[in-house]
Each structure stands twice: as structure tokens, then as C-alpha cells.
Design a binder for this molecule. Structure first.
Ligand code: B4P
Length: 186
């Protein structure tokens, strides 16, 4: 199964992704994790990405697309994968469509996790990562609304979008996610 996971910052994508990949036996491709690893290792990509991440902005499309194109070639992706936090812009979605069309491996599902803004602030304040400062969170929400939300319409047009309520305990949210994924392909 090839899944894209979309949701605002702090919606719980990373949290649910861990359970999804275990349950469905697929690879977990988190662009946020990849960028944080590159930043910690002080690679060229990591240093470039840090400037954008610290300001709550999206990292430029060319960097992210190259990162994912390389990752999708790894053997563990053959059994399927969950793209967690990618694509985040229409340009990224178009690049992904092109890569998957070339490989003859289209997406099976796009999962949207919906959480209201006041709850997002509460969760991110509790997490306390370097980019979870209130001003940076506000900036990340603006980036989400302007650059990522248009993807919902993009994927809804091709009939791939499934939206799930992300409010509730981690277990409750996971049962909704699993119910949505179990419907895919039926
Ligand atoms: P990401 O790493 O993708 O992170 P996120 O959207 O902030 O968080 P996520 O939704 O995964 O929430 P989590 O499970 O941690 O992005 C970070 C940055 O990387 C971006 O701002 C951007 O700069 C850059 N980036 C990444 N991908 C990019 C791309 N494709 N293009 C350009 N730039 C890109 O949960 C949050 C908190 O809520 C946790 O503390 C968790 O414990 C808690 N929580 C989870 N589920 C809960 C529940 N049900 N109830 C209560 N709390 C819950």
C-alpha cells in the first residue's frame, strides 16, 4: 500500500505513522525526520534546511523532491510506504505523480488528519521541539494553510482523499485511521 499522510503541524502524523507502518508492514518516509537527521549530521542539505525549519517555513521543493526521489529507490519501499509530511506543496505533489507514473506504482490513498488550531497549539507547546515556539508554530500554520491545504482539493479530485478526525486519544484516532485504510481498494 502506498499512502500519503497530510495534516497540519502537530496533528499527530508522526505519532500515527509509527502505528500505521507497523500494522501494515510498510516503510515510514518522514521528510521531517530526514531533514532533522541531515541537520544533526551537519550535511549541506541539513544546514540549508535548518534556516527554513527554524523560521517555520517550508524547505525549498527542489531539496525535498531530490531527498524523496532517492529514498523511493530503496528496496524497503517495494512493499509499500507511508509518506509522512510529503508532499506539502502542489509542486511536490506533481513531482511525486511523475515519479510514480514512471515506476507504474500509483498512490492507493491520501489520508488527511483533521485537528482544530487551538488543539494544535496545545499539543505543540507540550512537545517542545526547537520549532515549537509559539511564533514559529503560527508561521508553520500559515505555511500549511497557504501551501499544503490546496493539496486536499488536488487529491480529492482524483478520488484518493480520506479525511479522519484527529481529536481523541492516540488509540481512538488510530482506530479511525485503520478503518479508513481498511476501506481502500474494497
Ligand atoms: P514534521 O516533522 O512533518 O512535523 P509536524 O508536522 O510538526 O508534526 P506531526 O503532525 O508529525 O505531529 P506529532 O505526531 O509529532 O515537519 C517539521 C518541519 O520540517 C516543517 O515545519 C518544515 O519546515 C520541514 N518539512 C518537513 N517536510 C517538508 C516538506 N515536504 N516540504 C517542505 N518542508 C518540509 O505530534 C505532535 C504532538 O502532539 C506530540 O507531542 C504528540 O505526542 C502529540 N499528540 C499526537 N497525537 C495526539 C493525540 N491524539 N492527542 C493528544 N496529543 C497527541
Amino acid at each position: 500500500m502506498r499512502i500519503v499522510f497530510i495534516g497540519p503541524p502537530g496533528a499527530g502524523k508522526g505519532t500515527q505513522a509509527e502505528r500505521i507502518v507497523k500494522t501494515y508492514g510498510i516503510a515510514h518516509l518522514s521528510t521531517g525526520d530526514m531533514l532533522r537527521a541531515a541537520r544533526a549530521a551537519q550535511t549541506e542539505i541539513g544546514k540549508k534546511a535548518d534556516v527554513y525549519m527554524s523560521a517555520g517555513q517550508l524547505v525549498p521543493d527542489d531539496i525535498i523532491i531530490a531527498l524523496i526521489a532517492e529514498r523511493l529507490q530503496q528496496p524497503d519501499c517495494r512493499a509499500g510506504y507511508l509518506l509522512d509530511g510529503f508532499p506539502r506543496t502542489i509542486a511536490q505533489a506533481e513531482a511525486l505523480d511523475q515519479m510514480l507514473a514512471q515506476q507504474g506504482t500509483p498512490l492507493n490513498c491520501v489520508l488527511e488528519l483533521r485537528v482544530p488550531e487551538d488543539e494544535l497549539f496545545r499539543r505543540l507547546a507540550g512537545r517542545g521541539r526547537a520549532d515549537d515556539d509559539p511564533e514559529v508554530i503560527r508561521q508553520r500554520l500559515v505555511a500549511y494553510r497557504q501551501q499544503t491545504e490546496p493539496l486536499l482539493e488536488y487529491y480529492s479530485r482524483c478520488g484518493l482523499l480520506r479525511s479522519v478526525d484527529g481529536v481523541g486519544s492516540v488509540d481512538e484516532v488510530f482506530s479511525r485511521v485503520a478503518a479508513a485504510l481498511d476501506q481502500v481498494g474494497k
